[in-house]
Design a protein around this ligand. Structure first.
Ligand code: ARG
Length: 288
């Protein structure tokens, strides 16, 4: 909130200054450069675990109902962000959104490529804290099965992929510029895992959240640039072929000194482990 206001105020000034001196064409890049730079289009086959969370009923058909990202961690198990399923986002509890589905194997949201699979069960992490944004994940069970080739393994605690400096890729259909330009085709950005201290310093506590190293992961580029953005939430951050993060929050997108904050996937593993040890799919109790 605070950030978008700041940006809305800053942008006209930037444009005015640029128009006065340099040809108009450079005005747009000058603005875009402060946000998701280094983002590029990809084909879904390059990150087949990236799925869209959608409801045409709630969000209309313009973007096939896409409103968040999600990631396949089992043939019928998908992770997303807890905040994606909040009443704030959905306008209703998830069990009142009968057409909640994932779209898999599709690059262009408006193409018929891939498949749409209904969500059968929604489990929002009961430990999700809206104040800090800690524990921002939910586990969805699908009505059908995805191909095994779409499944990405989760990195458990102690995996070196969580180490600062690790190169990772974030993917989604979210805002490609920070200016509300929601992508119709899947995009990705290369980022790296940043030291926790960087995010702890950037986000000591504020309206956007509070960085907590135990449950969150800090990623981006220290100088700003590549980042996830609105609409990417719940989507994957993958390093060395393993899922390390879910897009969760940040102040603005790609701003220097304000990295992206991801849900630390080792926390999800910790919570899923008893279920996986027993029976991963078809968990018995159907809540929500
Ligand atoms: N909360 C946003 C969403 O719902 C994701 C924001 C990610 N921001 C960032 N700078 N990495 O889509």
């Amino acid at each position: 909130m605070r950030r978008s206001v700041a940006r809305a105020l800053i942008r006209p000034l930037v444009l005015v200054a640029t128009v006065a001196s340099i040809p108009l064409v450079s005005a747009a890049p000058a603005v875009a450069d402060s946000v998701v730079v280094g983002g590029f289009p990809i084909d879904v086959s390059q990150a087949p675990w990236t799925v869209a969370l959608a409801s045409r009923d709630r969000f209309g058909g313009m973007r096939a109902g896409q409103f968040c990202g999600a990631v396949a961690v089992g043939r019928s198990t998908v992770l997303t962000a807890a905040h994606c399923l909040s009443e704030d986002v959905l306008g209703a509890p998830p069990n009142r959104v009968p057409d909640l589905k994932v779209i898999a194997g599709r690059t262009d949201l408006l193409s018929p490529q891939g498949e749409e699979i209904a969500v059968r069960d929604v489990r929002v992490n009961p430990g999700y804290d809206v104040g800090t944004n800690s524990g921002d994940f939910a586990v969805l069970t699908l009505d059908g099965s995805l191909p095994q080739s779409a499944v990405v393994p989760m990195a458990r605690a102690g995996d070196p992929a969580y180490g600062p400096g690790t190169e990772a890729m974030v993917s989604g259909w979210g805002d490609a510029t920070g200016g509300g330009d929601y992508a119709r085709r899947l995009r990705a950005a290369r980022v790296r895992v940043l030291p926790d201290e960087l995010c702890a310093r950037a986000y000591p506590g504020g309206p956007d959240g509070t960085y907590q190293a135990g449950t969150m992961l800090c990623a981006g580029e220290a100088a700003g640039g590549p980042d996830g953005c609105q609409g990417d939430s719940g989507g994957p951050l993958v390093a060395a072929g393993r899922l390390i993060g879910l897009v969760s929050w940040g102040s603005g997108c790609g701003q220097p000194g304000l990295p992206g904050v991801y849900t630390r996937v080792s926390e999800v593993v910790r919570m899923l482990e008893p279920a996986v040890g027993g029976r991963a799919a078809g968990a018995p109790d159907g809540e929500a």
